[in-house]
Design a protein around this ligand. Structure first.
Ligand SMILES: [Zn+2]
Length: 206
């Protein structure tokens, strides 16, 4: 199995391609569909509804015909340009001070996409001899999830970034949901697990 990260070009968010036996699962698809050329893309998953994590969903569907799986809350927000941030994403980028932007991304302010499959709370699925376990982690956004890959990897979306406080102030963010549901679930990710975050490089949970 191989896990590769690709910078989306939008605030250094990561697209991940997990591949095994010529098949692939893509997490947070960005607009470049070329890295999976020659692979059968079985499934697209988004960690949450924000534009920098969903911008390529429609491109990947068109190119590979793969269905999108996410939480039910995320699916509700994918079609809403306020909640998915498409409406104000470029303005949001202009205000960032923590990342040096060469250019402000050109955002489709009317961007929406849709999910074919959804879940609430948690679900697991078998894929190419591996187990993917998806769990809701509300707080950063209503639709945020984390994804365990077998017992040694965890895709955290924006709910766990190395050395950063989890951002709870964006549309759909909730301190209450984070405190009551999201944060305990992040804390429960075992020490030593490799974290594949929504932005920046992978790290080991301590
Ligand atoms: Zn986000």
């Amino acid at each position: 199995m191989e896990i590769k990260a690709y910078d989306s070009g939008l605030l250094a968010s990561n697209m991940y391609i997990i591949s095994e036996n010529g098949h692939a699962v893509v997490i947070d698809p960005s607009r470049d569909t070329s890295p999976a050329k020659g692979l059968t893309v079985d499934l697209l998953i988004v960690t949450h509804e924000h534009y920098d994590h969903i911008s390529g969903v429609n491109d990947w569907k068109r190119e590979y015909g793969a269905p999108l799986l996410c939480s039910e809350k995320c699916a509700e927000n994918l079609g809403n340009t306020l909640m998915n941030q498409a409406r104000h994403f470029d303005v949001f980028c202009e205000l960032q001070t923590w990342i040096k932007l060469d250019e402000i991304p050109r955002t489709d302010h009317a961007y929406t996409c849709a999910a074919e499959k959804t879940f609430t709370d948690s679900m697991s699925l078998e894929w190419q001899g591996h187990e993917l376990r998806l769990i809701e982690i509300p707080g950063h956004s209503q639709g945020s999830i984390g994804i365990y890959l077998d017992d040694d990897g965890f895709f955290s979306g924006d709910s766990l970034l190395e050395g950063k406080e989890t951002e709870l102030r964006l549309p759909g963010g909730s301190k209450k949901q984070w405190r009551e549901i999201g944060e305990p679930r992040i804390k429960a990710v075992p020490e030593g697990t490799t974290i594949y975050p929504g932005h920046f490089g992978k790290f080991v949970k301590i």
